[in-house]
Design a protein around this ligand. Sequence first.
Ligand code: ZN
Length: 633
Amino acid sequence: MNSPHTAPIRRHTSAIHYRIQPIHPAAHLYEVTLTLAKPDAGGQRFTLPAWIPGSYMIREFARHIVSLVATAGGQPLAVTKTDKATWECAPTTETITLRYQVYAWDLSVRAAHLDETHGFFNGSSVFLLPLGRESAPCELEIAAPAGERYRDWRVATAMPRKAPAGEPASARLSTATGLEGAPVLEPGGMPFGTFVASCYDELIDHPVEMGSFTHASFEACGVTHHVAITGRHRADMPRLCADLKKICETQIRLFEPETATAPMTEYWFLVMAVGDGYGGLEHRASTALICNRDDLPSAAPGERKISHGYRRFLGLASHEYFHTWNVKRIKPAAFVPYDLTQENYTRQLWFFEGFTSYYDDLVLARCGLVEPLSYLELVAENIGRVSAHAGRLKQSVSDSSFDAWVKYYRQDENAPNAIVSYYQKGAMVGLALDLTIRRHSAGATTLDDVMRTLWVEFGKTGRGVPEGGLEAIASKVAGFDLAPFFAQAVHGTADLDLAPLFDSVAIEMQWKVPGQARPDDPVPPSLGAKIATEANGDARLSQVFDGGAAQAAGLSAGDIVIAVDGLRVTGATLERRIKGHAVGDRLALAVFRRDELMQFEVTLQAMGAQVCSLLMRDVPIDAKARRNAWILG
Ligand code: ZN
């Protein structure tokens, strides 16, 4: 494992120096100055990543560079763009300075954002890499925007601060030593200043938040963890810290049960609270999260129960924190090193994302934040989501991983019919593998043992996991050949046979039809399409499902349904009108496709069983014990 925070930086003279400042927050512009001594005398080239690790899609961040000028020895230097993301300077042996502006108006965890309320950036959106200097140490000066209104702004990042003269350059802020000491953090985060990274890869793996955010800290297994929340909110910070601490400690102990040692010396949860948003991106010593402000725990007195929204937030935090090991340190070989200019293909995202998804909720159960019954509800919901669409029967999670760049990350209206989520089905594969190993070993061996072996063999050594490597390690740890399991679960498209596995831990899996209260009630009819309500109230078919009534009648995604049997319908009434009929009824639908009025005759089909429930059985006792061992650890 790389240990970026402890590697001393010696080659000061060859460090790349970056300076970033929000120069015009209202116009969403950062200015970056890059100073490079000893450039490539034949013509130094600079490039910006096309994608950010953790989000597998080409995003072309260079398109947001607005203007760029170069100087050398105080004189203007000619610079030419040679491809979509690369600039080449005229030959010189003098120190080169680039000055450029970056437009930052993407309120997501993946890029950069700036306005008069706060700034956030990932280095991959703002810092050009001088080609050939990938391993050079970097210094980053983060400067506050000019103006009185920004005087309260602080910085939140896991990037190590540059040590004062006379101290080793690798020294951490004294705040990293914990809260029992005397934290020197100013209220609300750190002051602006200069930070260091051992190389470009580390520079862009520490996102930075700036503004007047809410800040709190806690210790988990001796490591200081910070929470910085931007955006209007009324979160109960002590409660949030207490709950996150349980998650962090449970995960640290999962990977290091003997020593409870975390792989980082400090960790930051950078949270953006908004009206409606959800997402997270993992980094080596931090995560950037975006969430609904209502999902954060309320500071209202007496509010103690964990709402669905808060459980969702904790699941997200748990997911990204688990990545600290799984994908940031245990990595696919295809990511060692990352090639940020183009797609990096791996068939293993079902493991790196799917198993992380399996553990994110399981950890909440293990540390007592969700009850076992609620945990089983989460598992059942996930199983129901995967089984709802035909794409699972056409694409394996191995293929879904490989094509993430053009399919999972670029979903269109046909996605339910064509693809399977390597998150959702990958989590089911994790569950099935865990229960298979537990059943075979009578509970003596578990998926935790597989994760720990991967951590020791790959995470700690920095070696990438080769394609097929996970399957080999799992068989070795489990003590029997799991090749048939992986052939079916990972490389095949048939549904996983989960019922016998649940049976081995005293859980019964049941399926129900949505809207059918009792098994002998009539089966509700289905149009076989997802209905969206347009801004003007129109009913639009946003997805048309394979094999369904709508598809059989010739309806398409995008069609606007205006009448059923001659009576007007809207987005609010179409579903109700369908439900008022019976399976086999024939309806005349009047539809606009583009501006053309069309008629279709639809024969309603029976709704398929899609709601999964997991019920705890009381016997036998040994299976019950295995169930508790699985859920509660
Ligand atoms: Zn993830």
